[in-house]
Design a protein around this ligand. Structure first.
Ligand code: UGA
Length: 435
């Protein structure tokens, strides 16, 4: 059992801290946001993440997990201090490091015993060295021994708890092998592959992994668009490709493109790092362009199917960037809705978790209570996020409620032939007849 603290209670910090507590460690989670900490102290979750509340409650009750806004309290007796704060990106993609800097500075000011500082935030390559410098510069000769270890996270929103407990690998980077081995011990119970490398390589593994996954999705979306023009079915193409063990089936679902707080930020940041070091990130640029075009492509399909968007009512199912989250950051659904509104359409939508957040970003959006209300008097229905509750709908009821008959299945989850038989004009992404 180790004592550790986690700085930042966003997706990464809260899930990491809670899961470490669940593995038997003693964890204090710190956030400078008092509201957040008060919510957590009162058993309320600041984010929607399946399964998280239950294990937070269990571990608080067991006395292994608590919350604070005080650095001295969090660092007291902690052998490890995890930094898991946000690194939002600026317009040109450069990561905003103010929160990492302030966490490192606060650690430095309160460091009174040997501590291993573990960086979990996704940070530009070289940040580990920079954090070490900040702590040295502030404390000079009197600094108690400390080491910096990079430990990138590979958690997906919506399945973060499961991803923590059943990782494909744990990556650790440090110049101090002893410190990296100590962090490795924290993960021992997970019985997973633990890779130890140098700091910069560990930081790069995170960017390269996200960029590669984003590349796979943009690749299959480009294939989908080619399939549409050639009359092939991208779902079958992806299946046929995925059966090749060198390729594998994951992340080959064509659709409206990728969103969220990670891929857009990380691909852009990696491209920015490359450019600022005189490298031309050709592929990354194309991956981002294809992703943005995919939203426009969906709007064009609706435009063509309806013979214009001005004054049309479009019902949209799903607002979050993917299912099982309330996160709407860079959501393809919201981007498409903004384009539809700009073209003069009326948009009515429903999402199981992300309605409030969406209305705040797109005030002109009309919210509905369920999919059938979304269909009411709609000229077209767009499936934008593949929540489970949208998979099996009563399409006879939807047909009765709709004014028009156009369906754009942006995530290819429905049986197009059956919907055609019911009298809908069905379009998918990369499916024959969907151009
Ligand atoms: C992603 C990575 O998958 C995690 O490994 C990583 O830790 C995380 O970013 C991060 O850097 O923090 P996440 O953003 O939660 O996780 O979401 P994903 O499940 O990876 O999906 C990203 C986007 O790709 C979603 O918009 C999703 O709809 C889209 N997607 C995914 C597709 O369009 N097609 C696919 O086949 C798969």
């Amino acid at each position: 059992m180790a004592k550790l603290c986690v700085i930042g209670t966003g997706y990464v910090g809260l899930v990491t801290g809670t899961c470490f507590a669940d593995l038997g460690h003693r964890v204090t989670c710190l956030d400078i946001d008092e509201n957040r900490i008060n919510m957590l102290k009162n058993g309320l979750m600041p984010i929607y993440e399946p399964g998280l509340k239950q294990i937070v409650d269990q571990n608080v009750e067991a006395g292994r997990l608590d919350f604070t806004t005080s650095y001295p309290e969090a660092l007291k007796g902690s052998e490890f201090a995890f930094i898991a704060v946000g690194t939002p990106s600026s317009e040109d993609g450069e990561a905003d490091m103010q929160y990492v800097k302030s966490a490192a500075t606060s650690i430095a000011k309160n460091l009174d015993h040997p501590t291993i500082i573990v960086n979990k935030s996704t940070v530009p390559v070289g940040t580990g060295d920079w954090v070490a410098e900040i702590i040295h510069d502030l404390n000079g000769q009197v600094t108690p021994k400390f080491s910096v270890v990079s430990n990138p996270e590979f958690l997906r929103e919506g399945s973060a708890v499961n991803d923590f407990m059943k990782p494909d690998r744990v990556v650790l980077g440090s110049t101090d092998l002893q410190a990296a081995n100590k962090v490795a011990e924290l993960y021992e119970a997970l019985r997973t592959e633990i890779m130890i490398t140098d700091l910069r390589t560990a930081e790069m593994i995170k960017y390269a992994s996200n960029a590669f996954l984003a590349t796979r999705i943009s690749f299959i979306n480009e294939m989908a668009n080619i399939c549409e023009t050639l009359g092939a079915d991208v779902r079958e193409v992806a299946r046929g490709m995925g059966l090749d063990r060198r390729i594998g089936p994951a992340f080959l679902d064509a659709g409206l493109g990728w969103g969220g707080s990670c891929f857009p930020k990380d691909v852009k940041a990696l491209a920015h790092m490359a450019v600022t070091h005189d490298t031309h990130p050709q592929l990354l640029q194309a991956v981002m362009d294809i992703n943005l075009n995919q939203r426009r492509h969906a709007v064009n399909k609706l435009d063509k199917a309806l013979g214009g968007l001005q004054g049309r009512t479009i019902g949209v199912l799903g607002l979050s960037f993917k299912p099982n989250t309330d996160d709407t950051r860079h959501s393809p659904s919201l981007d498409i809705i903004k384009m539809l509104l700009a073209e003069g359409a009326v948009v009515q939508a429903y999402d199981p978790q992300a309605m409030k957040a969406s209305k705040a970003v797109v005030p002109a959006l009309e919210l509905c209570q369920n999919p059938y209300e979304v269909a009411q008097d709609a000229d077209a229905l767009l499936l934008a996020t593949e929540w489970n509750e949208f998979k099996f709908l009563d399409f006879d009821q939807i047909k009765t409620n709709m004014r028009g008959k156009v369906i754009l299945d942006g995530r290819n989850i429905w049986d197009g032939e059956e919907l055609q038989r019911k009298g809908f004009l069905y379009f998918g992404m990369g499916i024959p007849g969907s151009k």
